[in-house]
Design a protein around this ligand. Sequence first.
Ligand code: PMP
Length: 429
Amino acid sequence: HANRPTSEALYEVAQKCIVGGVNSPSRSYKAVGGGAPVYMERGEGAYFYDVDGNRYIDYLAAYGPIITGHGHPHITEAITNASKNGLLYGTPHRLEIDFAHKLQQAIPSLEKVRFTNSGTEAVMTTIRVARAYTGRELVVKFSGCYHGHSDLMLIAAGSGPATLGSPDSAGVTKATAKEVITTPFNDIEAYRQIMQEWGDQVACVLVEPIVGNFGIVEPQPGFLEAINEITHEHGALVIYDEVITAFRFMYGSAQELLNIRPDMTALGKIIGGGLPIGAYGGRQDIMEHVAPLGPAYQAGTMAGNPASMAAGIACLELLEQPGVYEEFDRLGAKLEQGILEAADTHAVTITINRLKGALTVYFTDETVVDYLGAERADSEMFGRFFKLMLEQGVNLAPSKYEAWFLTTAHTEADIDETIAAVNRAFAQL
Ligand code: PMP
């Protein structure tokens, strides 16, 4: 696996035609010591095969969507069948109703829903709708949370931007930056103070109910309840960004898991079964502000396209089978335990945050509850660990802020192989 000449050659060519050689910055290895990223040729279940014929156990899962493993036949068949009837109509069709119903059954707060093409679009639109509904302009977000790459959401954004060294982006106007207030996750008092000062101008607060973008960070008891209460006291709306969390931890979203309801929700990733998708929805009286019913405009040539709908339905059909999330929890616990034991054996200091089949390994001795905790984890050590794992055939996200995602295709044997690789990597750290 250390030998990847074809990947290196492809990266050389890619850099001549694609900016930075990649179509999303998070795919570059800039944050893990540089070099050519692995060029994948084929994915099958829990595995990836690169262009040099190396096999990897994959925990990237394409940053979340591939929860049933690569090329699941049920999803592939659904896409194939849908595409036989034409790829895009520009008219309404049956599959989008079927899928909307399926989502509503799983996430009851979606009284009305609308499909988009990406999580970015979904979040961006919820903000527009919240502004239309409240007649206010300010937006609150938690530092280090990533909500896609719309201008407004690139203020104090975690994930990719933080990985590359700056949580903000050039090209976002000062006027836009002034419309966003950021505050630490899991800090009720800080949020209360911000709302005391600005609350009457705040349209909405964006919340990842379980953070997925500075690693997996759960809300502390009472945090989300307090956010709801304080926000509503000030007449603002609570928007959950469940682009990562929906269908990750249970059949449904984190709001069902945590027994709490936002006013609006943004979705993406898993609900597309691997094809491009986003969706947003929420309270009927709020969603009525969206065109053609109301004055807030949002549209999309590709939105609700048959293939994405079919893939999404097929993916959810797989996830609603009994035992899926129990198995994620069982294998996730085994993986967590194995990594912790390896750390102990080789005297490597780590903290693991895990929920079901998603976990983050931070090279730190702190408990990580907010972005600053994640930021303090050792980046250089993660970079070396990442490369050592890659050399042994385990593909992780090239960022210390990302999670390892299990898929339904991972087996006990894959976990054992991974733990063995972690032991060898830790021995060399
Ligand atoms: N919100 C969250 C929580 C995300 O993790 C992401 C993507 N990582 C997005 C929004 C943006 O989604 P997309 O990449 O589909 O635009």
